[in-house]
Design a protein around this ligand. Structure first.
Ligand SMILES: NC(=O)c1ccc[n+]([C@@H]2O[C@H](COP(=O)([O-])OP(=O)(O)OC[C@H]3O[C@@H](n4cnc5c(N)ncnc54)[C@H](O)[C@@H]3O)[C@@H](O)[C@H]2O)c1
Length: 324
């Protein structure tokens, strides 16, 4: 399957939390979006979301031609899929639902149209069993919530996904500014959610064991490793953690102590009592602040960090171009 046609028109199937956010991002990148969702008021909710996300997207930089007016909505699946170049599917996270939907998508779409699923927990090998004729064009394109602000997409193929599909979808996401990660083996939670889950397990353990409060464990995370993780990942930071000797020296120094700590890491049982303790500790940390206030604070800092990182990337690219 080859296709060199530029991607201009995207279908969003399912406009809940993730679909609406993808739609806003695609519009900001100057693409035409046609969305479909059978839920009552779906169109109004989608347009409201896109309007509310637009100021942040404008701050991060709109592509030429970007407009909220390039969004069309229909409850008719066939109409939504007509003449699209790619589908981003964000329906409910149930395998029976997705397989049935993929059967319909596969029948309605031309064979070269990629179907990317946002699924967080299902494997493409299972989902694509629904696509009877062209399973090779089905792939996971898993975003991080909210996709219009967090520029990460994990790409995972299933047993029947073609290499051409993986390459084309990677090019598409990269072309709209996403950082892509190619996950080479199907695993529950892909990669980024597994990383979060590993940290969450220890966080819950430390709070449940009374080692720290929720407030203190969050301080330890976001003012320590979290600050660095927003800039460089574990592997690169380990390289710097070894000083002038780099990663080789890091392992000489820390391989022993680190593997000894691993043996003491927790595996808490999230019983009703443990959950109650964690919930009480979180409420003590939150105090009187509303969810809206906390969301505003998170988004403001997040946008500032993404802006800063984009600016640094542009400077690095112009230095590289000047050196060539
Ligand atoms: N919530 C997250 O943090 C998150 C993050 C990354 C990926 N995902 C994945 O994104 C997908 C959607 O998750 P969500 O959180 O947006 O769920 P959601 O419940 O908010 O949205 C699902 C939408 O699908 C719609 N829908 C139902 N039947 C449909 C049909 N036949 N055709 C089109 N749309 C239909 C529903 O009306 C609903 O609006 C899931 O696969 C999930 O794993 C979720």
């Amino acid at each position: 399957m080859t296709n060199n046609k530029p991607t201009r028109r995207v279908a969003i199937v399912g406009t809940g939390l993730i679909g609406a956010s993808w739609a806003a991002l695609f519009l900001a990148k100057g693409l035409d979006v046609v969305a479909t969702d059978p839920a009552p008021n779906a169109e109004a909710r989608l347009k409201e979301f896109v309007a509310s996300a637009w100021p942040a997207l404008a701050r991060l930089g709109l592509s030429p031609g970007a407009s909220q007016l390039n969004l069309k909505f229909t409850t008719d699946l066939a109409e939504a899929l007509a003449n699209v170049d790619i589908v981003q599917e964000n329906g409910p996270e149930r395998i029976d639902f997705k397989q049935k939907l993929y059967e319909q998508l596969d029948e309605l779409l031309a064979p070269e149209v990629i179907i990317a699923s946002s699924s967080s927990g299902l494997t493409m090998s299972e989902i694509q069993k629904g696509a009877k004729t062209h399973p090779e064009r089905c792939v996971i394109g898993h975003p991080f919530n909210p996709p219009h602000l967090i520029p990460l997409t994990e790409i995972v193929g299933g047993a029947k996904t073609s290499e051409a599909t993986i390459q084309r979808v990677e090019e598409f996401y990269t072309s709209i500014g996403q950082k892509t990660v190619r996950v080479k083996k199907e695993l529950p939670g892909h990669v980024a959610n597994r990383l979060q889950s590993a940290v969450a397990r220890e966080v819950y353990y430390l709070v449940a064991e009374g080692v720290v409060s929720a407030a203190d464990v969050d301080t330890a995370l976001c003012w320590g490793p979290g600050l660095r993780w927003g800039i460089m990942g574990n592997m690169m930071l380990n390289h710097l953690g070894g000083g002038p000797g780099g990663i080789e020296h890091f392992f000489q120094q820390f391989a022993g102590p680190m593997t000894a700590w691993w043996k003491t890491l927790g595996a808490p049982a999230l019983t009703a009592d443990v959950q109650k303790m964690l919930i009480d500790s979180v409420h003590a940390e939150v105090g009187s602040r509303s969810i809206e206030e906390l969301e505003t604070e998170r988004d403001e800092l997040l946008i500032s960090l993404v802006e800063l990182r984009n600016k640094r990337a542009q400077i690095a690219a112009s230095h590289k171009a000047a050196a060539e």
